[in-house]
Ligand binder design. Sequence first.
Ligand code: HEM
Length: 396
Amino acid sequence: MADLSRRRFFGVGAAAIGGVGLGSVAGAVVARPAEAEAVEETVPFRGEHQAGVETPAPAHTTFVGLDLKPGTDRAALIRMMRVWTDDAARLTAGRGALADTEAELATAPARLTVTVGFGPGVFRAAGLEDRRPSWCRPLPPFEIDKLEPRWSDGDVLLQVGSDDPVTVAHTVRVLLKDARNTATVRWVQRGFRRARGSEPVGTTMRNLMGQVDGTINPEAGSNDFGQVVWNDGAEQSWMAGGTSVVIRRIHLDLDGWDELDGPGRDEVMGRRMSDGAPLTGESEHDAPDFDAVGPGGLKIIPEFSHIARARPMAPRERFLRRAYNYDEAPDGIGVSDSGLIFVAYQADVDAQYVPVQQRLAEADMFNQWSTPIGSAVFAIPPGCREGEYLGQGLLG
Ligand code: HEM
């Protein structure tokens, strides 16, 4: 009954706003119908793949790394995944979870997605080591790393994304409450991009250094995306339709970057800061020409620029980048404590991600301004269909 009236109120509210029209009244901006629709917009939770990977990145995403409590076994994991599946199915549809103490907060999903990942600890706890994908383990150490345990590893990943930060906070809290008998929070990383509607749909994001970040990426919905991102189940059959995620928390030295002039910044990245075009091209999506040389005989895109080092040197060395900015309180030394929650999805971490990371660690001019301080790897199980729970193919 309460649920019904709440929805009726919302429906009437949206219609009334539509009738009133646009503009501002006594200084208050009246929501346009498009905005009311935007907060109601949902992304299907069930399907072949988990949502939140191929889904266009929403404005806010919180990543939570959890540790399983000692004594957690396969049965406890199944219980937790059953509850999370039910919670996620309801919340992503704009309904409160069962026994939701603040169900009113669920009415604005704003493209809410909930994505769950398994770290090595899940396989250990469930006694299923033989079903762990070989790449599901911490990345090898890299010379550039200054990793802190408070941003690294974890047994279970919760990734909650939405255009609305209140929805993210409510969803995270509901899911953590329902996991508290089984798991404790190890780390939380909150990331953001521009608010929805502040830029045309499809605009590549800019990170806090101002760089256009995410130009070269597999295109959602394409066969190419499927091949790069979704696992085919060849190594572990239960992983078919799943993927993997690497989450690197990378501190950015914005104060140091301030000291670099425009051309210097362009050279470090191999792209223009102004519009993201490669130094050999005119616009953002022009293919970079890594062989082109300038009048002085030097490569136009410097050999040790970020894109020259990060580009694939073998066909499999590609992944989906879906990064978020972070901005925390300054530590008293610098003006800001900002950076990137660098997030990469790929079918196989070892074959696709590690060789690129290795090259960057060996030589990338950009390393002078970027420091990895956290690192975690998770297997993202495939999506679940009606009547199934997340991770059933592994745990069931
Ligand atoms: C905070 C750290 C980082 C920042 C700010 C950053 C920024 C950028 C920017 C601005 C571009 C050019 C535009 C684009 O294609 O997106 C780029 C390209 C790229 N980056 Fe990064 N990046 C960072 C870390 C990494 C890491 C850790 C990896 C992987 C190990 C990586 C892999 C790539 C790849 C594969 C490309 C596309 C290269 C190409 O084919 O042209 N980046 N990055």
